[in-house]
Design a protein around this ligand. Structure first.
Ligand SMILES: Cc1cc2nc3c(=O)[nH]c(=O)nc-3n(C[C@H](O)[C@H](O)[C@H](O)COP(=O)(O)OP(=O)(O)OC[C@H]3O[C@@H](n4cnc5c(N)ncnc54)[C@H](O)[C@@H]3O)c2cc1C
Length: 537
């Protein structure tokens, strides 16, 4: 991608507004913000579009100043929080990055109404540590405690094992503060828009804007900069989680009313039956599927150790069809025992096997415990053993039946084939990661694969295309969106976010990822069209 440079006056204005040290166009620094070895790189490569400048705003006013300067000079703006997703880097030329790491406050914990108000760089783990002291807990999505809660709630996906009891991040999004792309206006969504009402609600008065700013997956930095967000908290009846020792396994102190189990089934029919019954009984707090490969990747510390685990086939033989990790966070020991007995009964009654992770050893037990409390290990697994990873589509939000019986077989076939061709790492083809939502019949799935992007053999693109085509053929939702795939359904569907984007950012200040669908956006330049949505779309 050709690199562009920032006009001298624009850089000076940024430095005047933020301080000289907080706005830079140093070529070395720009390279740091151009490289990423993470999810979705398979399509675009390791190096992204270089930004023309990087800024570190520390207040809402400074965020607005950066947006105004970008707008004035025809530059694009891209916000990022903890930067785990490639779309937080520049996606088009002439982009100024707003790295929000100086906005890291946990502003308020409202114990009575059960919410916390956070800034972009307050991590999910940091929020959890503080609220647990007050008898509250919050969902940590599968990206782990290091990621921004605000980003997950407002702008990205947000699923993980505790979605079962504490929902997905976007459903935990309460009041929101959004700096609109023009740099002039601040939009308060929900209760913060009403003076002295607090941050307890993300809806109203009037129609909800939550869906409009997020869509199914999140707008990925395309509609302004979110600077504050109220996050819903849930009761925590245990002692605060305490962890000592050193990485990668630490040493977490057991919690008195907390139980962990791993369950697995011989076939998808039994697995679906078991999961529906577990959900309907509202039994478990953490509910997530892991393939055998995740254990190898998360439990090994060196590549030699990883390879010897693969050779031993310990996990591949124990869970050839993957397993589910369950936790029970009860209010008192009797409740914990009662829920545990019911869980054991359901798994066994549906032909499954249930084990205590302690039986897999101390490291596996710590991995399960810390993953169930705060999503600690999925991301370690992702980067072992090749240093990079991706996920093959469909990547769906679907019913449990559809996930296991329609989507999973598509992923299995693609991966078996690519592994046989040595185009991706043999992480055991069924390394599918799933979680279920709100004790319901619904969940999400991802089929991760590992590869060395420095020595790519093209397998990732092959798998991506096959995943999309086979997903569409089977009418599966893909990339988490329930996309209509027949007639002109898809194009109609894409026009909605385009129209919203046109309304929020008529000057095109934001570096919107879905500008990749540029043709569609340029096609709908009349922002008044929004009011005719029903007729035109
Ligand atoms: C190994 C790994 C595992 C993952 N597992 C999961 C998972 O299980 N579940 C899940 O939901 N996600 C997962 N993710 C995706 C992602 O990391 C998470 O959704 C994460 O919570 C995003 O937070 P972040 O701070 O990293 O966001 P960033 O990467 O900083 O930003 C993500 C997007 O949101 C935009 N954005 C960020 N902050 C703002 C803001 N303040 N205002 C406007 N736009 C903003 C950015 O422009 C970018 O497009 C995973 C990622 C990795 C690398």
């Amino acid at each position: 991608m050709p690199s562009s440079t920032i006009p001298k006056e624009a850089l000076e204005e940024l430095q005047d507004a933020l301080g000289e040290n907080n706005a830079s166009a140093d070529p070395g620094l720009l390279q740091v913000y151009t490289y990423m070895n993470s999810m979705f790189n398979s399509l675009f490569g390791l190096w992204w579009v270089p930004p023309v400048a990087v800024t570190l705003p520390s207040t809402v006013e400074e965020v607005q100043a950066v947006l105004k300067i970008c707008r004035k000079h025809g530059l694009k703006a891209k916000p990022h929080s903890s930067c785990w997703v490639v779309t937080s880097l520049a996606c088009s030329p002439d982009t100024v990055i707003l790295d929000l790491r100086r906005m890291d406050n946990l502003i308020e914990i409202n114990q009575h109404d059960g919410y916390a108000v956070v800034e972009p760089y307050c991590s999910a783990g940091e929020q959890q540590v503080e609220i647990m002291k007050l008898g509250l807990n919050s969902h940590v999505n599968g990206a782990g405690p290091n990621a921004s809660n605000l980003a997950s709630a407002t702008s990205v996906q947000g699923s993980g094992g505790t979605s079962q009891s504490m929902s997905n991040s976007e459903r935990n999004m309460l009041g929101v503060e959004l700096c609109l792309p023009n740099g002039e206006e601040i939009l308060h969504i929900g209760s913060p828009g009403t003076p002295n009402a607090g941050w307890f609600c993300g809806d109203g008065p009037g129609p909800s804007l939550k869906g409009m700013i997020r869509g199914a997956y999140g707008n990925l930095g395309g509609c302004g900069v979110f600077t504050k967000c109220g996050m819903k908290c849930y009761p925590w009846n245990n002692e605060p989680f305490h962890c000592e020792g050193s990485p990668p396994f630490f040493d977490a102190k057991p919690l008195p009313n907390y139980r962990l189990r791993i369950g697995f089934w011989p076939d998808y029919d039994s697995e679906c039956d078991g999961l529906y019954r577990i959900g309907e009984s509202e039994l478990v707090d953490f509910c997530s599927r892991f393939g055998a490969g995740v254990f190898e990747e998360a439990l090994s510390v060196t590549n030699e150790e990883y390879l010897s685990m693969v050779d031993s086939r310990l996990y591949r033989n124990t869970f050839p069809k993957g397993c589910w990790m369950f936790s029970i966070a009860a209010g008192h020991p009797e409740e914990a025992e009662c829920r545990l007995k019911t869980l054991e009964y359901i798994v066994e009654d549906t032909n499954g096997i249930i084990i205590d992770p302690e039986d897999l050893g101390q490291d596996a037990n710590q991995l399960s415990f810390q993953t169930a409390i705060r999503g600690c290990y999925v991301f370690k697994a992702a980067f072992m053993p090749t240093g990079s990873w991706g996920c093959f589509p469909p990547m769906a939000y679907e019913t449990i039946d559809n996930l296991l019986k329609v989507v999973q077989p598509i992923n299995d076939e693609i991966k078996k084939d690519l592994i046989a061709r040595n185009a991706i790492e043999d992480d055991y083809y069924d390394n599918v990661y799933m979680s279920t939502d709100e004790h319901s019949h619904f969940g999400h799935d991802e089929s991760p694969y590992s590869l060395d992007l420095w020595e790519s053999k093209g397998g990732e693109l092959d798998g991506m295309i096959r995943g999309v085509i086979d997903g569409m053929k089977s009418n599966s939702a893909f990339f988490y969106s329930p996309v209509p795939t027949e007639g002109d359904g898809l194009i109609t569907y894409l026009k909605y976010p385009a129209k919203i984007y046109n309304m929020l950012d008529p000057d095109r200040t934001m570096d919107a990822f879905f500008m990749l669908a540029k043709g569609i956006i340029n096609d709908i330049d009349d922002i008044d069209d929004l009011k005719n949505l029903g007729e035109t779309a």
